[in-house]
Ligand binder design. Structure first.
Ligand code: C5P
Length: 236
């Protein structure tokens, strides 16, 4: 599943229906971006969305954030890898044994799918953490879980661009940092609170950028993607 595709861009296909997701995918170029399938689309369509996107030539990040007992998560991650996805994720909060079981299952089957972890959801603020019994600042909890994910053999984490810089120091350059909340210079923030431009996010240490609406709601999605590519080239 490791590929030579040399782009950090992952376009979020956040649609409720297969035809909508595929209509957008057909307007994108699989040699210039990957695509992300999340819980709503996958729960509505099942694996046929993956088959269809692979048929169009895309590498797919299956963003289902598995969190369960080790054996169950290992089986789910194995199933995702059997579908041929490029990347899949689990919650680091599921713990070391859960992450290790998932990684070992992929290794045993020699499946090359990238396995990454979610640390603290960016919707969780300090008070939300306290309410679930975590008496730590969000950033220090993110660092703690990223370290645990790395020790458990995860290839990286999903993180905000603000966290990416700290995680580069904690976990190094090779640890993947997949970052949503990206907004090109001239686009609307939508419901994202703290956004960074593509260039700022890469400079902060992100290795991959998840971009949804700035591309998918643009009148010409490939033109919007080209604008992001230009911003990246100018800032590199
Ligand atoms: O449209 P937009 O660029 O805001 O989409 C961002 C994508 O990244 C969505 O699929 C969203 O669910 C996801 N995401 C996020 N913030 C996180 C984690 C995931 O925006 N902390």
């Amino acid at each position: 599943m490791s590929s030579d595709l040399d782009t950090p861009l992952i376009i979020a296909l956040d649609y409720p229906r297969l035809d909508q997701a595929l209509a957008m995918a057909e307007r994108l170029d699989p040699s210039r971006c990957r695509v992300k399938v999340g819980k709503e689309l996958f729960t509505r369509t099942g694996p046929r969305v993956l088959e269809a996107l692979h048929g169009l030539g895309f590498e797919v990040f299956l963003d289902l954030k598995f969190h369960d007992i080790p054996n169950t998560v290992a089986g789910a991650v194995e199933a995702a890898a059997d579908h041929g996805v490029w990347m899949v994720n689990v919650h680091a909060g599921g713990g070391r044994r859960m992450m290790e079981a998932a990684r070992e299952r992929l290794e045993r089957r020699r499946l090359g799918t990238h396995l990454i972890a979610v640390t603290v959801l960016t919707s969780m603020e300090r008070d939300d953490l306290i309410e679930v019994g975590v008496e730590a600042e969000p950033l220090s909890q993110v660092e703690r879980l990223a370290r645990l994910a790395q020790q458990s053999g995860m290839a990286g984490v999903v993180c905000s661009a603000q966290e990416a810089a700290a995680l580069r120091a904690t976990c190094g350059d090779d640890f993947l940092k997949v970052t949503p909340g990206i907004r090109p210079r001239a686009s609307s923030a939508d419901d994202q609170r703290r956004t960074l431009t593509p260039g700022e996010a890469m400079a902060a240490g992100s290795t991959h950028l998840v971009v949804g609406r700035p591309v998918t709601q643009a009148p010409d999605p490939m033109a919007a993607l080209a604008t992001i590519e230009r911003e990246l080239a100018e800032s590199s």
